[in-house]
Design a protein around this ligand. Structure first.
Ligand code: CAA
Length: 391
């Protein structure tokens, strides 16, 4: 039997996140977007009420929430503002490789740092010349005694300017392709770590996106996450865990755009009746509603599989691809319902159209999701399932 009923705890968390989005995020969202304001105050408050580090297990100070709860929270926060939600959620991406593969000491130290204080961490995978093609990275780590020395540059790093530590992927065997990549935790305060460039973005302008460079950065060998040369799989298993949350975020933007368009269509009068009475508009609203339902169901499924300890690679790519593309379509259609006003900054949907675009790009483009889906359905392979729930 398929049961789509949320538990009481999941309903409470969803309500908590929605209230927070309504009272603390929405009221500043358009202003923070305009000025590209770093949402420091909101991060501190979200941390206090327990809306950050949601998957960190209790032994490291977190709430150890299931992935479905995480996706519900992401949807609601993103309904408030996806730029601010991205800032709040990036610790989850940075911490996931630790949950996948790090030693007990590393988890205690670095995940504990995030739960003891409202601190931030970033996930450093992408490079200027290696985005979708992860194996093409140039950042390298050379073992010298009991240390690794890291050199290279990572771009498009969410929260990069404000993070206290980074999960960094680097080549430890330059001739071994994806089998020569390792994952490390790098402290921001180390000599040679620099924050280079803050991006000026089209959308999600309240989130911070920076380039981080590593010049002869010496890190203790204990900061290797998992085994040497196993970093590529750690990255892939990380993205399997985080893409349901991104799909949830895309659904949140879509829901917001839908609500604005629905309400506007009932107020705006043309040809003597509210435009909601015209079938052309009704069909757009109907398609938006169907796409949101489908996005939400795919998101829940991809998260629920993780919670059951099952492999969710295919499901998370289905969810991320469909929710992201639907989000872009819905935001654009909401703009269409607003007509000329949809193009004006004074009206809400213009921001949502700009914010929606990144959903098709970060954590794997829609084309990369299709590539994963095609490989999974054409030539499925056996990969070990993740540990259940919070592991
Ligand atoms: N789980 C476990 N193992 C996996 C896996 C998964 N989901 N997917 C692949 N693997 C394993 C394969 O089994 C294979 O193992 P073997 O070594 O045993 O053969 C190995 O990994 C290599 O797999 P592929 O041959 O499929 O690798 P590929 O080079 O063709 O790349 C890819 C596959 C899907 C294109 C991958 O490179 C990818 O996901 N690219 C997109 C990267 C991405 O999402 N970047 C986003 C950065 S984060 C971000 O955006 C956040 C931010 O802060 C802005």
């Amino acid at each position: 039997m398929v049961d789509f009923t949320l538990t009481d705890e999941q309903k409470d968390l969803r309500e908590l996140a929605h209230d927070f989005a309504e009272k603390d995020i929405r009221k500043v969202a358009w202003e923070y977007d305009k000025d590209s304001t770093w949402p420091d105050d909101i991060i501190k408050k979200a941390w206090e009420v327990g809306l950050m580090n949601t998957h960190v297990p209790e032994e490291y100070g977190g709430p150890g929430l299931d992935y479905l709860s995480g996706a519900l929270i992401e949807e609601e926060l993103s309904w408030g503002c996806s730029g601010i939600a991205t800032s709040l959620g990036a610790n989850g991406l940075a911490g996931a490789p630790l949950l996948v593969a790090a030693s007990e000491e590393t988890k205690q130290k670095y995940l504990g740092m995030l739960t003891e204080e409202p601190k931030l961490a970033s996930f450093c995978l992408t490079e200027p010349d290696a985005g979708s093609d992860v194996s093409g990275m140039r950042t390298n780590a050379v073992k010298k005694g009991d240390k690794y020395v890291i050199n290279g540059s990572k771009c498009f790093i969410t929260n990069g300017s404000y993070a206290d530590w980074y999960t960094v992927y680097a080549k430890t065997d330059k001739d071994a392709g994806h089998r020569g990549i390792s994952c490390f935790v790098v402290d921001r305060e180390l000599d040679g770590v620099t924050v280079d460039k803050k991006e000026d973005k089209l959308g999600q302008r309240a989130s911070n996106t920076a380039t981080i460079s590593f010049n002869d950065v010496e890190i203790p060998e204990a900061n290797l996450v998992g085994e040497e040369n196993k970093g590529f799989k750690i990255a892939m298993m990380t993205l399997d865990r985080t893409r349901p949350g991104v799909a949830g975020m895309a659904t949140g933007i879509a829901q917001a755009a839908f609500e604005f368009a629905r309400d506007y269509s009932k107020e705006r009068v043309q040809f003597g009746v509210p435009i909601a009475m015209h079938q052309a508009i009704q069909f757009m609203i109907a398609d938006m509603a169907t796409k949101i339902e489908a996005s939400r169901l795919l998101t829940w499924q991809s998260a629920a599989l993780l919670d059951q300890g099952k492999r969710n690679t295919l499901a998370s790519s289905h969810a991320k691809r469909f929710a992201a593309d639907s989000c872009m379509e819905i935001a654009t259609d909401a703009g269409q319902v607003y007509g000329g006003y949809g193009f004006i900054k004074e009206y809400p949907v213009e921001k949502l159209m700009r914010d929606a675009k990144i959903m098709q790009l970060y954590e794997g483009t829609s084309q990369i999701q299709r590539l994963v889906i095609a490989r999974e359905v054409l030539m499925p392979r056996q990969v070990e399932a993740p540990e259940p729930a919070t592991a």
